[in-house]
Design a protein around this ligand. Structure first.
Ligand SMILES: Cc1ncc(COP(=O)(O)O)c(C=O)c1O
Length: 339
């Protein structure tokens, strides 16, 4: 590969940090691709760009755009809509991070909060119903529709996946991808099939999510999982690892306290899944986690002792049998300094 994917847009690749971790006595490589360094602070910065390009010709300056979002895509679309001077409405739910809501509003977007649970462990079905009602009531309003729009997986097939492949120098890896709409994982599948990348692609979903065909149940974390199957992955995906909120949170805290790297809840779920895969197979030596966002949008949840206590989560603790050996990132930072 001679040209960095995304370079044509003037966007730098997001950083990849390589950790060497001893798990059950065997050294392993854990690669973290930190998508929080994208424009607008998450992997959805890429998705938003692709969605915007797909609908731009149809957007009327007076009617604008609408999207259902757990927050990350809403912020990225709010920024793009502001830059193109079109109105944007983000349909969110009570789990959307307060910091994201501030930022979305600061960009001039309208926020509609749907606070009636959908009976499938979240709010998605009712958020979608609200979007459809807004489309009925506002002729000309355009829905980017991250749940069905092929531009969503296409962004990751053409951009995110080859970027990771290039950064990890074509290594044989298990690549762990968090799932909500399924757009990221579907894009990675397409890239792997077309490029012959030596990857085992692993879906990581929330316990209680139907995104990849699981049974619905209560879900706590924002951004991971869905109340219905992914349109992009109608037959699900194998292998898939299901993660509980407590495990995801524990891994966010472990990563922060051992490396100084702050990631969001979905990335915590990915690292939990990576450790499970390492423990299950001593021969599995390389895992890459596509970390969708950073700690900044989880300060009042994952990184709040009060929130953790309220949800019955244990205090941060060392992980038995797991030891950080080296990191080629910045390494442990001074007390109180966090990525
Ligand atoms: C926090 C978070 N978790 C998981 C995902 C995976 O989402 P999707 O399956 O919609 O690509 C995303 C977005 O890309 C995200 O921002």
């Amino acid at each position: 590969m001679t040209r960095l994917p995304g370079a044509g847009d003037g966007l730098a690749p997001t950083p990849v940090v390589r950790l060497e971790v001893e798990v059950a006595g065997t050294p392993r490589e854990l690669w973290l691709k930190l998508e929080g360094y994208n424009p607008y602070g998450s992997i959805k910065g890429r998705t938003a760009l692709a969605l915007w390009r797909d609908v731009a010709d149809r957007v009327a300056p007076d009617a604008g755009l609408v999207e259902s979002t757990s927050g990350n895509l809403g912020l990225a679309l709010a920024a793009l809509a502001a830059a193109h001077r079109v109105p944007f409405t983000a349909v969110v739910d009570p789990r959307t991070s307060a910091s994201l809501l501030y930022d979305i509003r600061a960009l001039g977007a309208r926020v509609v909060t749907v606070d009636v649970p959908d009976g499938a462990g979240g709010y998605l079905l009712n958020r979608l119903a609200r979007v459809r009602a807004l489309l009925r009531d506002h002729p000309g309003l355009v829905w980017t529709d991250q749940y069905r729009n092929p531009a969503n997986p296409a962004a990751h097939a053409a951009w995110t996946a080859p970027e990771l492949h290039w950064q990890t120098r074509g290594a044989r890896l298990s690549v762990l991808v968090a799932v909500s709409t399924g757009g990221t994982l579907a894009g990675f599948r397409q890239y792997a099939a077309e490029s012959g990348a030596d990857w085992e692609l692993v879906g990581v979903d929330a316990a209680g999510s139907a995104a990849l065909g699981g049974a619905v149940g209560p879900r706590l974390l924002s951004g991971l999982g869905a109340s219905r199957p992914s349109v992009f992955l109608p037959d699900g995906h194998r292998p898939t690892v299901y993660v509980d909120p407590g495990e995801a949170v524990a891994m966010c805290l472990w990563l922060r306290d051992t490396t100084g790297i702050g990631v969001g809840a979905s990335a915590g779920a990915l690292v939990a899944a990576a450790l499970r895969l390492f423990l299950a197979d001593a021969g599995r030596t390389g895992v890459a986690c596509l970390c969708p966002d950073g700690a900044d949008r989880y300060l009042d949840t994952v990184y709040s002792p009060d929130w953790r206590r309220a949800h019955g989560m244990p205090a941060p603790a060392p992980l038995p049998g797991v030891r950080l050996l080296t990191t080629d990132g910045p390494g442990p930072l001074a007390e109180g300094v966090r990525w």
